[in-house]
Design a protein around this ligand. Structure first.
Ligand SMILES: Cc1cc2nc3c(=O)[nH]c(=O)nc-3n(C[C@H](O)[C@H](O)[C@H](O)COP(=O)(O)OP(=O)(O)OC[C@H]3O[C@@H](n4cnc5c(N)ncnc54)[C@H](O)[C@@H]3O)c2cc1C
Length: 341
């Protein structure tokens, strides 16, 4: 959608193929973009809105992130720590908001073979949200394969407050996150690296029990082997790989929305200007490496280590560093993590 939007801004009207019957049919869930994850960009939403000349609206401005370890809690507050974003078929979702800005016709229920398209079109932009085409093209390396299970719950919530739990018994080598849609609906999700596919069901059952939640009927989802990885090149002949298909997910927390939208924009820019797509997206490689180091560091942590980290985050110095968006960069954190391992 980001790619189509920028192409259209330059007078190019693409054909869009979507395998599902409507935009955002994946499953409804809440996601987040946190400024800390996207530095040096100060505010990714403002940045993207300017870049694509759109007015994407978040569900809420995040003013509080509550982080829990088994025995401690840190509360990080700030005027604007990031945004919560709705995903899925909801009219407020980012995919639906973006689709409203695109004039090109979307061919639904249509998943054509990329090698056929490659012959028929000048350019093929792959934005399938998975690595299957990149693997088929032989350019993909998987680094992580988390499993995710989540649902929607009803309650009385503060839309600007996101909560995270680092607790091995609920989310092995991962985390549980909670983000409200609005004041009476929220999404909760366990992201973990289980030792077997059944293990994620076990962890999810423990999450439900631990929080005493009742999933809204029909809202539970499960994602198996969500592949996070790298590509050796993002352009193969006239095929450009964007979003998850181009390895644009930060491995540390699994954040991929901002890089996906940026990669779509750069794919369009490469098509419009003839610039090299690999070069335009090179900035992400360094970020990916740093984020992967941090992810691997996190994999080695046990509950006691998370207790120590969460305790440390609760002091005033940590809070002001986190709030000072230009100080921390992933690369610096990665170097610190590498020294500790
Ligand atoms: C449960 C979960 C929670 C997440 N939380 C966060 C978060 O908090 N913050 C964050 O930044 N990121 C998060 N992410 C990652 C983020 O959602 C993705 O990185 C991002 O949406 C990738 O965008 P994309 O455009 O590559 O793919 P998608 O947004 O998945 O879009 C791909 C589209 O292609 C369609 N499609 C698939 N195959 C074909 C085909 N063969 N032909 C035609 N159409 C096809 C799909 O139906 C879909 O509409 C999360 C991911 C999951 C699964």
């Amino acid at each position: 959608m980001a790619c189509a939007r920028h192409l259209e801004q330059n007078g190019i009207y693409p054909d869009i193929f979507e395998k599902r019957h409507r935009v955002g049919e994946r499953f409804p869930n809440m996601e987040a973009i946190m400024h800390l994850m996207h530095r040096p960009i100060k505010d990714s939403l403002v940045y993207l809105n300017n870049l694509l000349d759109v007015d994407l609206k978040p569900a809420a401005v995040v003013h509080t992130v509550e982080m829990h370890s088994p025995n401690h809690k840190a509360v990080i507050t700030g005027k604007n720590l990031g945004y919560s974003t709705i995903r899925g078929h909801d009219d407020r979702s980012w995919e639906c908001q973006l689709a409203n800005t695109v004039k090109a016709h979307i061919n639904f229920n249509c998943a054509p073979n990329y090698s056929e398209l490659e012959k028929e079109y000048d350019w093929v932009v792959v934005a399938t949200g998975d690595s299957s085409i990149s693997r088929d093209l032989g350019v993909w390396t998987t680094d992580l394969e988390p499993f995710l299970r989540g649902c929607i719950i009803k309650g009385d919530f503060d839309p600007g407050k996101i909560r995270l739990w680092f607790n091995q018994s609920l989310s092995k080598q991962g985390y549980v996150y909670f983000a409200p849609y609005d004041s009476n609906e929220a999404s909760i999700c366990t992201a973990a690296a289980p030792s077997s596919p059944d293990d994620i069901d076990d962890l999810w059952a423990k999450t439900i029990d631990h929080f005493g939640i009742t999933p809204e009927p029909g809202s539970e989802f499960k994602v198996e082997e969500y592949k996070i990885g790298r590509v050796s090149t993002r352009q193969i002949r006239n095929i450009l790989l964007t979003g998850n298909a181009g390895g644009f997910i930060e491995p540390m927390m699994g954040f991929g929305q901002v890089p996906a939208l940026l990669s779509g924009f750069y794919a369009a820019q490469a098509i419009v200007t003839g610039a090299d797509y690999n070069q335009l997206t090179n900035w992400f490689n360094k970020r990916y490496e740093s984020s992967l180091i941090l992810r691997k560091y996190m994999h080695g942590l046990d509950d006691k280590a998370f207790d120590r980290i969460v305790l440390a985050l609760n002091n005033r110095l940590s809070q002001s560093i986190i709030n000072n968006s230009h100080i921390i960069q992933l690369a610096i954190l990665a170097r610190m993590a590498a020294l500790r391992t």
